[in-house]
Design a protein around this ligand. Structure first.
Ligand code: GDP
Length: 297
């Protein structure tokens, strides 16, 4: 995760710190290198540009350059701006303190890792939050999607809504809500259908499910390996539905990190979790300050 960006930035900042005095030109030269490193990490161009502008404006100030440790101060400014770019101060990724059953609706394209992530999240809710969860698959398009969630549910020890063949998504959602109430489940996770592309039918179905289930959280699952496409998908979804957050999957295989770095600035939506492997415990809360630390070493 962020390996090449981290290597590049460490090199730039080691050189900066190694010098006693710094002039404005030194800062501008270093920022040029940082800009290239961000673009190589597949960060969206406007995001990279505004990041560099913000750092440069703060770093070329008199008090920074005349200080005893100017290099260190510049790195501190980069760190702060990186945290801002990743979404600012850390907040709790999930707010489950609403009237139960708290509905979490999972949306995203097919193949993004949505079903696996639904099960990972259910596991986390049971293990870390100590709450009772119920999962329901509303994916009637992909053969065996409902079966897949059932199998995953058994693995994470969270119950799934029994499958009724032929039932349509809105009716499944209604039955799931009823069942969650009867079972006194704290949280209901709805795994909605994905398609290969963002299309009208997908959006219409998603909105119909949202209007009857009144989700407390609408989490978009996107594949970090798709880089700027992941950000575009998030933008498309957020124009259609009120997303409360994004989950980036396959962060374990994403050496560049462009989606993670651009997501907040482009879409305004927070990244709440990162998927870091195929195993069902491979889901981490996304903390901007920790991620910034990882990047800056
Ligand atoms: P869906 O079509 O969006 O529901 O996608 P699935 O949940 O079926 O996931 C597709 C594949 O991606 C599966 O083989 C998952 O194990 C894998 N996958 C999901 N999340 C991650 C992740 O964070 N890291 C890795 N390495 N694989 C993942």
């Amino acid at each position: 995760m962020f390996d090449s960006l981290s290597d590049r930035l460490t090199g730039v900042f080691d050189r900066l710190r190694g010098r006693g005095a710094l002039g404005e030109q030194d800062v501008r030269d270093a920022m040029r290198e940082v800009r290239i490193a961000l673009l190589e990490a597949d960060v969206a161009l406007p995001v990279a540009r505004s990041f560099i502008d913000a750092v440069t404006e703060k770093a070329v100030g008199h008090s920074v350059l005349k200080s005893v440790t100017p290099g260190q101060q510049v790195v501190k400014i980069v760190n702060d701006e990186l945290i801002a770019m990743l979404g600012g101060e850390d907040a709790a990724p999930l707010d489950l303190d609403a009237k139960p059953p708290v509905v979490i609706m999972m949306v995203g394209l097919q193949g993004s890792g949505k079903t696996t992530t639904t099960a990972k999240l259910a596991r986390m809710i049971r293990e870390k939050h100590g709450k009772k969860a119920l999962m329901a698959s509303l994916d009637v398009n992909r053969p065996a999607a409902q079966e897949q969630l059932k199998v995953l549910g058994e693995q994470v020890d969270v119950s799934t809504l029994p499958i009724i063949t032929g039932q349509q998504p809105v009716d499944i959602a209604k039955r799931a809500m009823e069942s969650a109430r009867l079972q006194a489940a704290d949280v209901l996770l709805l795994d909605t259908a994905g398609r290969l592309h963002v299309d009208e039918a997908l959006m219409a179905e998603m909105k119909a499910v949202a209007s009857i289930s009144k989700p407390h959280e609408v989490l978009l699952v996107v594949d970090s390996l798709t880089g700027q496409d992941a950000v575009n998908v998030a933008q498309n979804f957020s124009e259609e539905i009120d997303l409360t957050g994004v989950i980036l999957t396959r962060m374990d295989g994403d050496a560049r990190g462009g989606a993670a770095l651009s997501m907040r600035a482009v879409t305004g939506k927070p990244i709440k979790f990162a998927g870091t492997g195929e195993k069902l415990d491979a889901l981490e809360a996304f903390h901007p300050s920790r991620v910034a630390n990882r990047i800056l070493g």
